[in-house]
Design a protein around this ligand. Structure first.
Ligand code: COA
Length: 321
């Protein structure tokens, strides 16, 4: 039995903010941002929330799969920017969809969140506990950006992506790899609420995302090719067998470097970061949905996916479409 992706959906906030728009409110330029990252614009939420975008992405994925909300057994949502500490965003999506049979929970693996969620869903389906699952990655990263730090805030965007997966006898997920290195977690970090009990000094400010860009870059260009190689071999395939590499959309230079290290043409690495920026856990499912709706994904194709980022964490999977 395999875990097959049978539908995709995504949702981006209405507001588009270009690099030129940013250059009007901070000391930056389209030239600096686009030449170092490939990002030209991003969508930033105004009215939208992590839950509202997730719900819309889920509706579109269900429609694409031809599955009703009542058929969903499981909802797993990767995010670091849920609207509430509790209830989880997955429970909010469950309620909004009326998916009352489903068990729903969030997971935090930062930019690997969707891939970790997919692998968890795969484990449940393989074990025979559930048949149909909704797997999401969703973020409103703009609320945890330090808008006075031009080296981070220009990189990220908001949005949500979703897939419907179902246990299938023929095609589906062939192999996966995942890993974590908490000892290097400080290179990409964001404080949560601080302790304000009467025993603690509460003078500390709420902090936003802080990143050592060069360390994260070095991590990505070594961990990702190695994880992809392992997964492809575990799937009984070679790099040449892979039709597309649907990777987390952090930076065009990371994608080009991974392509080079795998000796694969960069044309096999579709991009959405030019119009989305980095949307952490939402990047991979949004990219998959764009590929699916453009008709790029045909039955039998082999797609390698990979997410990587805060934690540090990384995760890859190879699926037969
Ligand atoms: N606009 C203009 N100048 C900027 C800028 C911006 N938005 N952000 C930083 N700069 C300046 C810096 O202040 C620095 O100026 P200085 O030399 O006068 O001190 C200069 O540009 C170079 O900064 P640096 O941080 O060394 O740039 P870089 O070449 O390392 O590129 C990143 C920065 C973030 C693009 C790059 O490190 C990167 O892509 N890292 C990976 C990050 C990532 O993908 N994270 C998410 C993973 S999930």
């Amino acid at each position: 039995m395999k875990t097959r992706i049978i539908g995709t959906g995504s949702c981006l906030p209405e507001n588009v903010v270009t690099n030129d728009d940013l250059s009007k409110i901070m000391d930056t330029s389209d030239e600096w941002i686009s030449s170092r990252t490939g990002i030209r614009e991003r969508h930033l939420a105004k009215e939208e929330t992590t839950a509202s975008m997730s719900t819309e992405a889920a509706r579109r994925a269900l429609e694409n799969a031809g599955v009703t909300a009542k058929e969903i057994d499981l909802i797993i949502l990767g995010t670091v920017t849920a609207d509430h500490v509790t209830p989880s965003c997955a429970c909010e999506v469950q309620a909004a969809l009326g998916a009352d049979r489903a068990v729903a929970f969030d997971i935090n693996a930062a930019c690997s969140g969707f891939m970790f969620a997919l692998n968890i869903a795969n484990a449940y389906l393989q074990a025979g506990f559930y048949k149909t699952a909704l797997v999401l990655g969703a973020e409103t990263l703009s609320k945890i950006m330090d808008w006075n730090d031009r080296s981070t805030c220009v990189l990220f965007g908001d949005g949500a992506g979703a897939v419907v997966v179902r246990a299938d006898e023929n095609s589906g997920l062939l192999a996966f790899d995942q890993g974590s290195d908490g000892s290097r977690g400080g290179v990409l970090a964001c404080e949560n609420r601080t302790n304000n009990n009467p025993l603690v000094d509460t003078s500390k400010d709420l902090a936003y995302i802080q990143m050592d860009g060069q360390e994260v870059y070095k991590f990505a260009v070594t961990a990702v090719p190695s994880s992809l190689q392992k997964t492809i071999v575990a799937a009984g395939l070679t790099v040449e067998d892979i039709d597309y590499f649907a990777l987390h959309q952090a930076n065009i230079r990371i994608l080009q470097s991974v392509a080079k290290r795998l000796h694969v043409s960069a044309d096999k690495f579709p991009i959405s970061l030019d119009h989305c920026g980095n949307i952490s856990a939402a990047s991979v499912p949004i990219l998959l949905d764009e590929m699916n709706r453009k008709g790029m994904l045909k039955p039998g194709m082999k797609i390698a996916m990979s997410g990587f980022g805060g934690g540090l964490t990384w995760a890859s999977a190879v699926v037969e479409w």
